[in-house]
Design a protein around this ligand. Sequence first.
Ligand code: FAS
Ligand code: PHB
Length: 389
Amino acid sequence: MRTQVTIIGGGPSGLLLGQLLHGAGIDTVVLERQSKAHVLSRIRAGILETGTVALMHKAGVGQRLEKECFRHDGTVICHGEMQFGVNFSERAGKHVVVYGQTELTRDLYEARELASAKTLFNIENVTIQGADTDTPSVSYEQEGLTHTIKCDFIAGCDGFHGVSRTTIPAQLRREYEKLYPFGWLGVLSETPPVHDELIYAGSDRGFALCSMRNANLSRYYIQCSLTDQPEDWSDTAFWEELKRRIPNEYADRLVTGASIEKSIAPLRSFVSEPMRWGRLFLCGDAAHIVPPTGAKGLNSAMGDVHYLFNGFQQFYQEGDTRGIDEYSAKALARVWKAERFSWATTKLLHRFPDDSDFDRKMQQADVAFLAENSAAQTVFAQNYVGLPY
Ligand code: FAS
Ligand code: PHB
């Protein structure tokens, strides 16, 4: 088999890249380790930057998103009973939209099937050959048979646990990592959201986040111990703890219900440089991870897709390699700013077990300054709505 760009990974970054390349007449094959149903069963991100929305429209996949998303012009931030709003539109001239990653991925799969573009599911033992040559290829197993795809380029969109990043020789990779001493216990419930905007809550008991997917589907998170398992938390225990961490006006009107999904995600900051080795390009979680506090995980991946698509398009349409040659530096410049914002918001709102009383006073002063200072709110808003590509 031969194609122009082999895309390893059928998550949001692989699918959006594939859809944009298809629109530019560039042939791709997507290799996905799991089944489509498994990919679509994952509950992940909920907030899209307007840059991500624009890319979905550019790929011709923005119709349902436009109809079903919620526009959010701001968010509530609180610490104990103290609360304030940050107005994104006033401070940064932009908004964000609420539209689940699951729905975005569903739309992209539907478009790829309509385009009759090739996606191979349930594949195993993907290996990359000759990434540092002009004739790279990707081999994989499916139903016990080994196949090889010859291609011009390989996009490693296979997430943190994929094979692409570690195909780059260790001596050429520089990795930066910070592990957080807590995780997020997330619950999805078929209940109306507690507020019409998101609520980011710090408290002496730990962080909580009130989010949503639609008018009757809410997404809540509480900071939890790394030793916790989802089954350690009954629905009742989860709701009671959430109520203790948000202001009484929201706790009193919280509509609780049965969890239809309950999971724990550990928090990590991670970047692997460079994001290119020869004809292999890393994109999204394959190259970087953020704690979800700043809603930057999915949106950073989409920023990579923007740069990589433009680079491939420039190469195939003009024979110009500047876009792909500049990809890693450009993508990393934006990624590191997202890493900083995600780290800073996590530090601002979570309870760190080893913090001293002084550390906690610093944290409270940070929240108080953000509550009172318009310049601080402008910085927060500009980062949250997404820095320019
Ligand atoms: P993904 O990991 O989504 O996709 C990679 C794909 O590659 C997967 O489908 C995988 O099956 C496939 N794959 C892996 N290895 C392969 C191989 N060897 N061969 C073929 N295929 C392979 N971000 C937010 O902004 N907000 C959130 O609330 C949030 N919550 C999250 C919760 C969890 C538990 C996790 C893990 C992440 C969360 N994220 C969140 C981040 C998440 O949204 C990612 O940023 C986003 O999925 C990145 O998309 P991709 O880069 O496509 O990687
Ligand atoms: C979500 O809705 O899942 C969500 C929203 C904002 C975040 C993290 C997760 O910062």
